[in-house]
Design a protein around this ligand. Sequence first.
Ligand code: FAD
Ligand code: NAP
Length: 336
Amino acid sequence: MQIHADVDLKPYTTFRVAAKAASLVVAGSAADIAEVLDSGSKPALILGGGSNILFTQDVDGLVLVNRIEGRDVVATLDDHVIVRFGAGESWHECVRWTVDNGWGGLENLALIPGTTGAAPMQNIGAYGVEQMACFHELTAMDRATGATMTFDAPRCRFGYRESVFKHELRDRMIITSVSYRLSTKPVINASYADVGNELASRDLSSPSIRDVFDAVVAIRRRKLPDPAVIGNAGSFFKNPVVDHRVYLDVCRIHGGEVPHYPQADGSVKVPAAWLIDRCGWKGYRRGDAGVHEHQALVIVNHGDATGEELLALSYDIQQSVRDRFGIDLEREVNVW
Ligand code: FAD
Ligand code: NAP
């Protein structure tokens, strides 16, 4: 395994901003990672597909790119299978593989960029499903000691775009494999309007997980900016979940009904994209830093924006939403 010096990180992230790593190594197995740790090198940063990170400075240390492959069925139960993915596998290709095999649970999460190893980090979610719904367990190595540990769902402390790996265990663990419990008698979830409408438009009497997968892929291709075309890291902020009183304030300030989704505990989710759009940011551009013209939650790099410029724009967006609606938007993208 070769450790490369002074590496340009631009091709390693979907934001494609300029940044350098003092050194970088690509690990293809847990043994590779053990070798790196045994040599005394401690990775400063772990990268998967780089689709949820913004560099605002160089990495003055070792970047470890996780490319561990592998897809296995580890158990077959009555109406479930347990599958395990190497942490460097493409998330979307793994979802496609599960659908090809008729195993349900992950189909709503089609076309999310990045690796399987990063999926538990922020408990990825889309179209009414979070990866925690099917999560079985993961294995990870302690960056400091090299010890391998297994985490079940309670130990991961999953929440809305949250896990223990973003908090108490931040920068501590290297996830090497993730396993999911998938149904061999799947029930589809078309609770999100876009998915329901897309399936309805296809005139399917009894949609399958394959139909949901195809519908999600089609919706995402239509609605979301393709990082291969324009630099971005998906949603820059989380959707705020606020007290009902705060939601009523937002309606009062706006002077009418506001899109919202009541939560089981009485709180209310307000789409961040709606708040940002109301503050006039959709399609805004400052140099090469901008807000996507169709999706106000996505900050984009039109070409040569720096990480600092994109971050400064995000601060301005947060400030204007705070000033107008009294809501603090929390960042979803990881900033280095
Ligand atoms: P990276 O960006 O490489 O890393 C993200 C974080 O995880 C970093 O802090 C990194 O250090 C850490 N990390 C990565 N791999 C490991 C590992 N093996 N061990 C330990 N730490 C690790 N997210 C959603 O939740 N839902 C969506 O619908 C969604 N849609 C998106 C659409 C677009 C167009 C884009 C660009 C992004 C979208 N995202 C979405 C965000 C992103 O794709 C996910 O968060 C994805 O899981 C990130 O994977 P990655 O491998 O690229 O992670
Ligand atoms: P959308 O369907 O236009 O909906 C706007 C927002 O309203 C979403 O963020 C979603 O919250 C919420 N919402 C919509 N229908 C809902 C329902 N039935 N119940 C509860 N909440 C509902 O959103 P979009 O921008 O096109 O994205 C579609 C899905 O892909 C969303 O789930 C979104 O999270 C996901 N996505 C995520 C990223 C990312 O980087 N994290 C990027 C692109 C898309 P939730 O976000 O909580 O689902």
